[in-house]
Design a protein around this ligand. Structure first.
Ligand SMILES: Cc1cc2nc3c(=O)[nH]c(=O)nc-3n(C[C@H](O)[C@H](O)[C@H](O)COP(=O)(O)O)c2cc1C
Length: 367
């Protein structure tokens, strides 16, 4: 699962002049910013008043993702890049303010699989009816509401338009943040699976996507685990995948196209490709030990071949000369072992890319 830092939006919902919402929002930001920094979380305050969203004015249903209005596109990109939300909301007439409902209605998949916590305020009910109302609606959008909540009774908490200091309220704010962060991490595989640029993987429920430098910790663990077996059968420790630092892995993930297969937040396998002249290099093909024999390696190999640029004449890969299991897989996929005089213990296998064109086209169409 990616280790990209979380980005949490604090949404201030009331928009009327002189509203108390910004005061409550500022208290929350002040109370939770130090903990957010400890947790490596970015807090982004967003006042709905600043978005200038009119009542929903898009022709298409939000699930289409077709947005004609600039204000919708702007709102979409703000929500899309968020990993969770804290809504600071008043209660208006026993419900959520129309501004919040309207802002929710504008979008669709941008909300999905993100946690949402509430800081409510009001008179006798401390805004809790507004939260109950909002919870019914947010679940339709696949937002996931928290159990932790902060509810502020204005009569007890506000004096001259200012919030009185209250250690219990500060603690409740921290509890809300902690739960939001835990849930946001837990939901990350759901978000990734639903995200753009992912395709279904070969194991039920799995998905594949391009790996990024934020995946370096998982990749480092996977390759150290997988190449131990290579080290044993080839009787050598001189294998780069065993030694690379996190930083080195991060660097090559930034430069070289690498596809990873994931299931429930776990990296199951990967493959890396790069072009060199008219050759297409396939490397770092790895599958977790407990899922070998399920077709993952073959699927990754075919995916790597399908990504070959037009003009590629040959696909090449290296493995340990004693890695018979790998060699068997590659030969069964049409690779030929090149007789070699190399003394570094590696075997070179090649495949005519033109013979593979039909397969590649089929795979591309499937993706
Ligand atoms: C249109 C409107 C409806 C309200 N309805 C409720 C209500 O149902 N329950 C409640 O506790 N307070 C209600 N109030 C009082 C608000 O809790 C209080 O005015 C609060 O400051 C509103 O938040 P805001 O200042 O951020 O707009 C209402 C206020 C307004 C303006």
């Amino acid at each position: 699962m990616s280790t990209k830092p979380l980005r949490l939006l604090v949404l201030i919902c009331s928009t009327r002049p002189g509203a108390l919402g910004p005061v409550i929002g500022q208290w929350l930001i002040d109370a939770i910013t130090p903990r957010a920094a400890e947790l490596g979380v970015e807090l982004v305050p967003v006042a709905l008043a600043d978005l200038e969203l009119p009542f929903l004015d898009e022709e298409e249903h939000p699930s289409s993702g077709i947005y004609r209005q600039e204000h919708t596109r702007r709102w979409s990109s703000i929500v899309d890049t968020a990993d969770g939300f804290i809504v600071v909301t008043p209660e208006y007439n026993y419900g959520m303010p129309a501004t919040l409902k309207n802002a929710l209605d504008y979008l669709g998949r941008e909300w999905a699989w993100k946690p949402i916590g509430f800081v409510s305020y009001g008179n006798t009910s401390a805004g809790t009816r507004s939260v109950q109302h909002a919870k019914q609606i947010v679940t339709t959008l696949r937002l996931v509401p928290l159990g932790a909540t902060v509810a502020i009774r204005l009569g007890d908490a506000v004096n001259d338009g200012r919030l009185r200091p209250d250690a219990a309220r500060d603690a409740a704010g921290l509890g809300l943040l902690d739960e939001l962060v835990r849930l946001s991490h837990a939901l990350r595989p759901m978000r990734e699976r639903a995200g753009a640029g992912t395709v279904a993987g070969p194991v039920p429920g799995s998905y594949a996507r391009r790996l990024t430098p934020d995946d370096a910790p998982e990749v480092t663990v996977l390759q150290r685990c997988c190449w131990v077996e290579e080290a044993v059968v080839n009787d050598t420790l001189a294998i780069p995948a065993l030694h690379e630092s996190l930083e080195q892995v991060r660097e090559w993930l930034a430069d070289q196209h690498t596809t990873g297969v994931w299931l429930d937040g776990r990296l199951l396998g990967m493959v890396r490709t790069r072009r060199a002249g008219t050759d297409w290099h396939v490397g770092r093909l790895a599958v977790v030990p407990d899922l070998r024999g399920h077709g993952l390696g073959r699927w990754l190999l075919r995916t790597a071949e399908a990504a070959a640029d037009p003009g590629i004449r040959r696909i090449i890969l290296f493995t340990g000369s004693n890695s018979q299991r790998n060699i068997n897989l590659y030969q069964s996929e049409g690779y030929e072992l090149v007789p070699s005089t190399s003394t570094d213990g590696t075997a070179l296998l090649t495949k005519d890319a033109s013979a593979d064109r039909f397969d590649a086209a089929t795979m591309r169409a499937a993706h």
